[in-house]
Design a protein around this ligand. Structure first.
Ligand code: CP
Length: 305
């Protein structure tokens, strides 16, 4: 494929191949000499219209570890602030002949639109509440490395499902690889008709966590709740925050994940986030590896590869 725009459209074979490549990238990243020449001579532009710590920095490191010239485009100080449109911005960057553009945008579908306007490969680094494919890939890789498999596991995704591109990409990926997915949250933060994705839905977190192998917590995305109901932090934590008592309802060997950024004391207690069952730091390490795998896979389809 020329682009990575979503998990939708990837087969279980594609996903597994990317995870296998990411396992190799972990080994590269753990060596003292981390640099490879796979993308030498190639140009990667990271174009982030929304804030990011993990995704942007790991795409930058991934590109650099593969030998690419990586440019982080600062949207805040760009001509976007003077009213330049997404399409004109894309056309301008395209004229500089990049090989790969990594894009994050607040509007669902914006990355697909941009991909139709440029000649290079495009990677979706998160578009609105639509998809965040590399997050789902790194989550799957973290699960696979810790549980040895994904098929047959019960994964409970908890919290603000309504505004979460991470939830959507994870539902698609985890089901493609044979996991059972539960979505847990207050009814106001569950998308209407989410059952059609084949997930089990719970509005009582205590019931939804029973026998879960993986508990994946999501951030309350207040910035996307324009005018809609915003729960109070205290009440939200009481019913939907992951603390030790609620975690004890999952399997004894259950593992805890969070894509970040975390709001401690809102959706997750600090002692759980930092506890022995937490994979949160490992998710960050896998983020670099998965992004190396994605860039490498796209590079194989670049002209003159
Ligand atoms: N998980 C994630 O996308 O984090 P950032 O917003 O920091 O990139």
């Amino acid at each position: 494929q020329r682009h990575l725009l979503g998990i939708e459209g990837l087969s279980p074979f594609d996903i597994t191949a990317l995870l296998d490549m990411a396992d190799e990238a972990v080994e590269v990243s753990r060596q003292v000499e981390k640099k490879r020449a796979t993308l030498r001579g190639r140009t990667q532009i990271n174009l982030f219209f929304e804030p990011s710590t993990r995704t942007q920095s790991s795409f930058e490191l991934a590109g650099k570890r593969l030998g690419a010239d990586v440019m982080n485009m600062s949207v805040a100080s760009s001509s976007v602030k003077k009213g330049e449109t997404l399409i004109d911005t894309a056309a301008t960057l395209n004229a500089m002949r990049p090989d790969i553009i990594v894009v994050r945008h607040h509007a669902a579908g914006a990355v697909h639109l941009l991909a139709r306007k440029v000649d290079c490969s495009v990677v979706n680094a998160g578009d609105g509440a639509h998809e965040h494919p590399t997050q789902a890939l790194l989550d799957a890789q973290t699960i696979r490395r810790n549980k040895g498999r994904i098929e047959g596991l019960t994964v409970a995704i908890c919290g603000d499902i309504l505004h979460s591109r991470v939830a959507r990409s994870n539902i698609l990926l985890l089901q493609a690889l044979g996991a059972r997915v539960r979505c847990i949250g207050p009814s106001t933060l569950l998308p209407a008709g989410i059952e059609r994705f084949g997930v089990e839905v719970f509005t009582d977190m205590r019931k939804g966590l029973v026998d879960a192998d993986i508990v994946m917590m999501l951030r309350l995305q207040r910035e996307r709740m324009n005018g809609s109901f915003v729960p109070s932090v205290r009440e939200y934590f009481r019913y939907f925050g992951l603390d030790r008592e609620k975690l004890a309802l999952a399997r004894p060997d259950a593992l805890v994940m969070h894509p970040g950024p975390m709001n401690r004391g809102v959706e997750i207690a600090s002692d759980v986030a930092d506890g022995a069952q937490s994979l949160i730091r490992e998710q960050v390490e896998m983020g670099v590896a998965v992004r190396m795998a994605v860039l490498e896979a796209l590079a194989r389809n670049l002209p003159n590869s």
